[in-house]
Design a protein. Structure first.
Length: 65
């Protein structure tokens, strides 16, 4: 697996480029925060949510090709 050298640059370069159908909204963040036992679990849950949204976007793109 490739190593990402600058995590914050990846995040910065991605801002404003996410399709609104697959973005994370304040309600998602609040739900993740409330459902998580601590900060680390919240980060992990947010990662899995983002991964699932990315999978949905990739699937939609494959259908439209």
């Amino acid at each position: 697996m490739a190593r990402i050298k600058d995590t914050m640059k990846v995040i910065s370069d991605t801002r404003g480029k996410i399709d609104k159908n697959y973005d994370m909204f304040a309600s998602n963040i609040i739900h993740i925060s409330n459902a998580s036992a601590n900060t680390y679990e919240a980060i992990n849950n947010a990662f899995f949510f983002g991964y699932a949204q990315g999978q949905k976007a990739a699937k939609a793109k494959r259908r439209n090709v």
